[in-house]
Design a protein around this ligand. Structure first.
Ligand code: F6R
Length: 239
C-alpha cells in the first residue's frame, strides 16, 4: 500500500485522475472500476477536462460502477446511474458503462450477472474507491467476514446517516444496495483509494495502521499488491 498525503483534496483528486489517465493511455481498452459519492467528483471533472482538451479518449474503455441503491432507477436523481451520467458519462465517450440495476426483479441474479459481466470483460484494470466513515469500500459494511462477490447489502445506520445529505429526508435513503464484494474489489489489478476531510481520519487510521479486520473492510487493501491511497491533510491527521 502506497500512501500519498497532499495539501488539498483537489491535488489528491488530480493525482487520482492522472492515475486513470495513465491507465487508459497505456491500455486504451482498459476496464475502469468507478465510484460515486463526493470523493470522486473532482477527479471526474479533471478527466472530463482532459477529454474535452483532446488528451484522453475513452472510446475503447469500459466501466463498471461499484454499487447502486436497491429501488432507485436510472432516472432517479439520487441514484448512482444518474450521478455517473451527470458527473462523467454524459461528458466523455466511454465505449460502454455498467452500473448494477437496483430495480432488477431478482437482485441475487442481478448480482451474479454483474460478476459474470466483469469477468467477461477481462476483470477490472483500475478501481477507484472512496472510504466510508465506518471503513466500508463499495457498500461492504463492517462485518465478521469479508464478502466475496457482488451482493445485496443492508446499509448500516452510519452509512444511512452519511448519505442522508444527498436526499430530502433520512427516510428517503434506501436501506439496501447492490454492491461489488470486497473480494471483487481486491481482484482489480490496481486500486486507487481517495479519502478527504476530518470525518475520514479515524477510518483512514484503522485502514492503514490497524490489523486486517472485516470490521474495517478497507483494511484488506493492505494485502493488495498495487494499492495507492491518496489523502488530504485532514484525512491523514491521525496517522
Ligand atoms: C460509492 C461507494 C462508497 C463511497 C463512500 C464514501 O460508490 O461505494 O463506498 O465511496 O461511502 O462516500 P463519499 O465519497 O461521499 O464520502
Amino acid at each position: 500500500m502506497i500512501v500519498h498525503v497532499f495539501d488539498s483534496a483537489k491535488s489528491a483528486s488530480q493525482a487520482a485522475a492522472a492515475m486513470f489517465a495513465a491507465a487508459i493511455l497505456k491500455k486504451p481498452d482498459a476496464v475502469l472500476g468507478l465510484a460515486t459519492g463526493s470523493t470522486p467528483i473532482e477527479t471526474y471533472r479533471q478527466l472530463v477536462k482532459w477529454h474535452k482538451e483532446g488528451m484522453l479518449d475513452f472510446s475503447r474503455s469500459t466501466s463498471f460502477n461499484l454499487d447502486e441503491y436497491v429501488g432507485l432507477g436510472a432516472d432517479h436523481p439520487c441514484g448512482y446511474r444518474y450521478f455517473m451520467q451527470e458527473n462523467l458519462f454524459d461528458h466523455i465517450n466511454m465505449r460502454e458503462t455498467f452500473v448494477p440495476n437496483g430495480l432488477a426483479p431478482n437482485l441475487k441474479a442481478e448480482a451474479k450477472r454483474y460478476d459474470r459481466m466483469i469477468e467477461k470483460a477481462g476483470g477490472i484494470d483500475i478501481q477507484f474507491l472512496g472510504l466510508g466513515n465506518n471503513g466500508h469500500i463499495g457498500f461492504n459494511e463492517p462485518s465478521d467476514r469479508f464478502h466475496y462477490g457482488t451482493q445485496v447489502v443492508e446499509l448500516t445506520r452510519s452509512t444511512i446517516e452519511a448519505n442522508r445529505r444527498f436526499f430530502e429526508s433520512e427516510d428517503q435513503v434506501p436501506r439496501q444496495a447492490i454492491s461489488l464484494g470486497t473480494g471483487g474489489i481486491m481482484n482489480a489489478r490496481q486500486i486507487v483509494l481517495a479519502a478527504f476531510g476530518k470525518g475520514k481520519a479515524q477510518a483512514v487510521k484503522k485502514m492503514i495502521k490497524g490489523d486486517v479486520d472485516p470490521q474495517v473492510q478497507a483494511s484488506i487493501l493492505k494485502l493488495h499488491p498495487n494499492a495507492v491511497i491518496l489523502l488530504d491533510q485532514e484525512a491523514a491527521s491521525l496517522l
